[in-house]
Design a protein around this ligand. Structure first.
Ligand SMILES: O=C(CO)[C@@H](O)[C@H](O)COP(=O)(O)O
Ligand SMILES: [Fe+2]
Length: 217
């Protein structure tokens, strides 16, 4: 069964507590937290301070997706805020290997995210060090966009690379995931599904999470 990680980007920020409670009571495995800096992506969201508040209200696994330049400057802050896994964008890292080691040295799991235009081969040399590769299935910056179909090819290629080496590295897919396309994404070889709009804009978010889990069983 796949890991389901609702993206907080689509939550109701006027009443976060209600959405955190909903996730806590749901079958969701992880919280997916999207940090944007207005430089790497054309949007600004939240940082360690907000994550620290959310941490006080949940014991779930915090999967923090950093869409920021110079992520190495903030790795310690996110650790202190309660992140369990930090995922940095390959496109933001001048010293990718060093950045991964920094995250792991602080006791967090490490992930690398790839934009739709970045080939999966970009993580080839660091794959053995990674807990997860996040394949963006939309261009990063906003929730509610349409799934880019070529993502399925990227998932298959990465799955082969991981299996050939006998690694336990997870593949996470992020952007435009719906109840309709979830099955094909899992079939292609994904382990973790992020869902923002599909969960939070649905009539019954808890039931939508349960349905996502069921589809991926
Ligand atoms: O990282 C991002 C966007 O940059 C995602 O985590 C989105 O927040 C996913 O939202 P949906 O596409 O599922 O609405
Ligand atoms: Fe994300």
């Amino acid at each position: 069964m796949a890991i389901v990680a609702p993206s907080f980007l689509s939550a109701n920020f006027l009443n976060l507590e209600a959405d955190i409670k909903m996730i806590n009571e749901s079958e969701a495995d992880w919280f997916h937290l999207d940090v944007m800096d207005g430089r790497f992506v054309p949007n600004i969201t939240f940082g360690p301070m907000i994550i620290e508040f959310i941490r006080k209200a949940s014991t779930r696994f915090f999967d923090v997706h950093l869409m920021i330049v110079e992520p190495e400057k903030y790795v310690e802050d996110f650790k202190k805020a309660g992140a369990d896994m930090l995922t940095v964008h390959e496109e933001c890292c001048v010293h990718l290997h060093r950045n991964i080691q920094q995250i792991k040295s602080l006791g967090m799991q490490a992930g690398v995210a790839l934009n739709p235009g970045t080939p999966v081969e970009a993580v080839k040399e660091v794959l053995d060090d990674l807990d997860m590769v996040l394949i963006m299935s939309v261009n990063p910056g906003f929730g509610g966009q349409k799934f880019i179909p070529n993502t399925l090819n990227k998932i298959r290629t990465l799955r082969r690379m991981i299996d050939e080496r006998g690694l336990a590295t997870k593949i996470e897919i992020d952007g435009g995931i719906t109840l309709e396309n979830a099955h094909s994404i899992i079939k292609a070889g994904a382990d973790v599904l992020v869902a923002g709009n599909t969960v939070f804009k649905s009539k019954d978010p808890k039931d939508t999470i349960a349905q996502l889990k069921k589809i991926t069983r």
